[in-house]
Write a protein that binds this ligand. Structure first.
Ligand code: GLY
Ligand code: MN
Ligand code: MN
Length: 461
């Protein structure tokens, strides 16, 4: 990948910084895990979006005139023997297309000079611990020079507001990487399903971690760097714990397994959930709820296209699920009334307590506002039927081509009085990743089937 893509992004950002603006963007810090071992380093998404540079200990400074300075780790033979090759400031301009590069050890000395005579300093607010006080320190040094005629910036602004809007629409390069990440993850889900059925057929002890290992193997063997988030492999009742993490519970014949897992590839996440019968055959009640969630997902997919609101797929899902809850007896129509009552009073929330999607990109819950910027002043108030709280609503974001979101309805049935016993402890979520297009949406995760018969067929292999 050439550095020109990143240079174009920096140029687009520079145009938005205003007269005499300047932006400061650090990469992520390294974190100690214990004693002298560190957690695996993952760059900051904003920093990488603008540089393509993956080393720790690096900063970008971009001026409104489009001049970029990189601060990075200096070449150091001893450190490179231990930790690996560093690009170093001398090679950085040619490799990354930046205008200047200095050792990060010179940051404190050079930043006041770069900030001098600037009007506005942009940096990501509330993102990097200690960044505000570092900037304060540099501004103090600028202020000390005002008596010699230097101007000190008098405005600080949140850089996230600009970068979030840019990252919300994925360009062709980003879409291509996300398609590939989705494809790898889909293959991993298929392997995990097949492993579960095979081990049970062979009479082996199957644990959640066996399937987790299968996912990881498939991610890594195709070049993914790591999972995009902690993989959820939840057997039986564990599927009703929304943030359950792959652990060591046994996977039993007759249970469902929920896997919510996706790889990260070259900085981009995928996010897939599938639910399947551990032994490869759905029972009647499992299939009833599975097909209800699938129908609700289909309604959401149909509602995902250019020009609709972000909340439209969620509302389409809720309509189908609420009706289904009445039809299968999860909700008693004598107690809760019609489907419209169930929606108005949020009775469905007992079994479906999350939203139908989120932005997906460099971060699994990617940046990007959920309110339509052009309508931010249109506020309406409503009282939440469950909490009684007054909620301020603003019109939800209008979907545009190139936005990427997940579509992930679910149903989670905990044992409770009045709930048919045959559905107890069934947890289902079906999650696909969609790129909004002119005419609808492109589902990039469908290399792993969702249809119940197709899942059973692939698990017979
Ligand atoms: N895997 C996280 C989510 O589905 O939102
Ligand atoms: Mn998700
Ligand atoms: Mn997920």
């Amino acid at each position: 990948m050439t550095s020109s893509l990143y240079a174009q992004r920096r140029a687009r950002l520079a145009q938005q910084l205003g007269a005499d603006g300047i932006a400061i963007i650090p990469t992520a810090p390294e974190h100690l895990r214990n004693r002298d071992s560190e957690f695996l380093f993952r760059f900051d998404s904003y920093f990488h979006y603008l540089s393509g540079f993956g080393e720790p200990n690096a900063w970008l400074v971009i001026t409104a005139e489009g001049h970029t300075t990189l601060f990075c780790q200096p070449k150091d033979l001893e450190r490179e023997i231990w930790d690996g090759i560093r690009l170093g400031p001398a090679a950085a301009p040619a490799a990354l297309g930046v205008d200047a590069a200095f050792p990060v050890t010179e940051l404190d000395q050079r930043l006041p000079k770069l900030l001098e005579n600037r009007a506005t300093v942009w940096y990501p607010f509330a993102t990097h611990v200690g960044l505000e006080s570092q900037i304060d320190g540099w501004l103090k040094a600028v202020r000390a020079r005002t008596r010699y005629g230097a101007l000190c910036p008098d405005t600080q602004r949140d850089l996230c507001s600009l970068l979030d809007e840019m990252r919300l629409i994925k360009d062709a390069h980003e879409q291509a990487v996300m398609r590939r990440a989705a494809q790898i993850s889909a293959g991993a889900h298929i392997r995990a399903m097949q492993l579960s059925a095979r081990m049970l057929r062979q009479g082996e002890d199957v644990r959640e971690y066996h399937l987790d290992a299968e996912l990881l193997h498939e991610f890594r063997r195709h070049g993914s760097q790591y999972p995009a988030y902690g993989s959820i492999v939840a057997a039986g009742a564990n599927a009703c714990v929304l943030h359950y993490r792959a652990d060591n519970a046994p996977i039993r014949d007759g249970e469902l397994v929920l896997i919510d897992a996706g790889c990260e590839l070259d900085g981009y996440a995928s996010d897939i959930t599938r639910v399947f019968p551990a032994n490869g055959r759905f029972t009647g009640p499992q299939r009833t709820l599975y097909e209800l969630v699938l129908a609700s997902q289909e309604a959401a997919i149909d509602a995902t296209r250019d020009g609709v609101r972000f909340t439209d797929p969620h509302e389409a899902t809720v309509k189908v699920l609420a009706q289904g809850m009445l039809d299968v007896g999860l909700l008693d129509r004598h107690k809760v009334g019609t489907v419209d009552d169930v929606i108005a009073n949020r009775n469905y929330f007992a079994f479906y307590m999350h939203r139908t999607g989120h932005w997906l990109g460099m971060d699994v819950h990617d940046c990007g506002g959920y309110v339509e910027p052009s309508e931010i002043g249109h506020v309406s108030e409503r009282r939440d039927p469950l909490s009684g709280e007054v909620i301020k609503d603003r019109p939800s974001r209008v979907l545009r081509p190139g936005m990427v979101l997940t579509i992930e309805p679910g149903l989670y049935v905990r044992p409770a009085e009045g709930v048919p016993r045959e559905f107890w402890n069934i947890g289902i979520r079906i999650e696909d990743d969609a790129i909004v297009t002119d005419s609808g949406c492109e589902l990039i995760t469908r290399d792993v089937p969702v249809n119940a018969d197709e899942i059973e067929a692939l698990m017979r292999v």
